[in-house]
Design a protein around this ligand. Structure first.
Ligand SMILES: *Cc1c(COP(=O)(O)O)cnc(C)c1O
Length: 403
């Protein structure tokens, strides 16, 4: 074994080898009737995933990015509207906003959960915008555009603190679309409703990605939108299929954004294992937490807020010298990642938004310090032990302890 493969950052081979017979049976079934687009495999998966998310409807599409973009369109948000999100996320979140024709506005994250800080959202809505009580329209003063929607991103598999965001949305007539692309099965405790709610069942709609490395991954590209709103689900179905509710009767111009039947069939097979896989991720995370308890001065470990049951899509720690930790782990044959190194407001693609360094200090600070450690359901106890002993070795070294 080469030193770089002792603990991969992510093992996608093992689960597919374990499920190979079942996955091949799905492909054979599709070959037997050539039903590659739509049909019962897609409908079955949509029903199963809606149930998994405690949502009434699920509409399968070709990616998480389109799940978001189509959800904005189906919710009537687009040209001339502002959609507010966080700069600490994957660029797909903001691509979907721009590609739906809307403008991006950012608010900063909370330093302990890495998700949207509801107070920062309040500050933006209340100091930068005016609300017209008669028209129920919130307008950003600077641009004169309507603020129409908010996209909390349940990053790393932890839910955003949704109660205060839903309250603000109700007060200012905003649509909430959850980016749940990293949070399949994560839960949020709503104090308002005094119950646990599944990620994807809280806002008007939510987007999920089934990119292979996600907690529920296809063997290719796939995504879905969940919602409790029947009309929105219907519009989503038209948008993904060239704007037609009936073949060749196009009420609007739509897209080619459908979920393939073979991918849907594969997702159904894997969905049966998702709860168990998420539980394994939680157990690995809690083991990491325990093992890192005595190096907390040098290492910031993930905080699971009282209102979230995380599904640990990623296990992200923070250190002062992130590159040194990555090099130390690479030396020991351990893979790592950075999610994400450059905040979106500082990306070249968003120069035109005229944000500058210092605008979102928490995001900027966090982006310099984060490292994602190996985290996947099949992570073996000895692999986890090697990762944690190597991280601790670094944290107690001269470079690692300096903070
Ligand atoms: C993966 C991801 C997406 C996009 O999903 P794709 O299926 O790759 O289009 C969007 N937002 C977040 C936070 C993601 O992690």
């Amino acid at each position: 074994m080469t030193p770089t493969s002792k603990v991969p950052f992510l093992d996608l081979v093992t689960p597919h080898q374990e499920l190979e017979a079942e996955l091949l049976a799905v492909a054979k079934k599709a070959f037997s009737n050539a039903g590659f687009i739509g049909g019962p495999m897609v409908e079955d998966f949509e029903r199963e995933f809606a149930a998994f998310c405690d949502s009434k409807y699920c509409v399968g599409v070709n990616s998480g990015t389109d799940a978001l973009r189509f959800a904005f369109m189906a919710a009537g948000v687009g040209e001339g509207d502002i959609i507010v999100t966080v700069p600490h996320t994957f660029i797909a979140t903001t691509e979907a906003i721009s590609q739906a024709g809307a403008q991006i506005a950012f608010v900063d994250i909370d330093e302990s959960t890495y998700t949207m800080d509801p107070e920062k959202l309040r500050e933006y809505l209340e100091t930068n915008c005016d609300f017209d009580d008669k028209t129920k329209k919130l307008t950003e003063r600077k641009s004169g555009l309507r603020v129409a929607a908010v996209v909390p991103v349940h990053l790393y598999g932890q839910t955003t603190d949704m109660d205060p965001i839903m309250d603000l949305a109700a007060k200012y007539n905003l649509v909430v679309i959850e980016d749940a692309c990293q949070a399949h099965g994560a839960e949020y405790f709503s104090k308002k409703e005094n119950r646990w709610k599944k990620a994807g069942s809280i806002g008007l709609a939510a987007a999920f990605s089934f990119y292979p490395g996600k907690n529920l991954g296809a063997c290719g590209e796939a995504g879905a939108t969940t919602t409790n709103d029947e009309a929105l689900a219907k519009r989503m179905k038209m948008i993904r299929d060239h704007g037609q509710a009936k073949k060749y009767y196009h009420d609007i111009e739509g897209y080619n954004g459908r979920l393939d039947s073979i991918q849907a069939g594969w997702l159904s097979v894997k969905l049966r294992h998702l709860a168990k896989w998420n539980q394994s991720r939680r157990e690995h995370a809690h083991r990491y937490h325990e093992l890192f308890a005595d190096v907390k001065g040098a290492l910031t470990i993930p905080v699971e807020a009282a209102w979230t049951k995380g599904v640990y899509h990623l296990y992200v720690v923070r250190v002062a010298d992130r590159e040194a930790l990555q090099a130390h782990l690479a030396e020991a044959g351990i893979g790592t990642g950075i999610h994400y190194p450059i905040p979106l407001h500082l990306q070249k693609a968003y120069q035109h938004l005229n944000y500058k360094k210092g605008d979102f200090p928490i995001t900027e600070k966090v982006a310099l310090e984060i490292v994602s450690l190996p985290m996947f359901p099949q992570l073996k106890p000895e692999q986890l032990a090697l990762v944690s002993s190597s991280v601790k070795e670094f944290a107690t070294s001269k470079v690692g302890a300096a903070r």
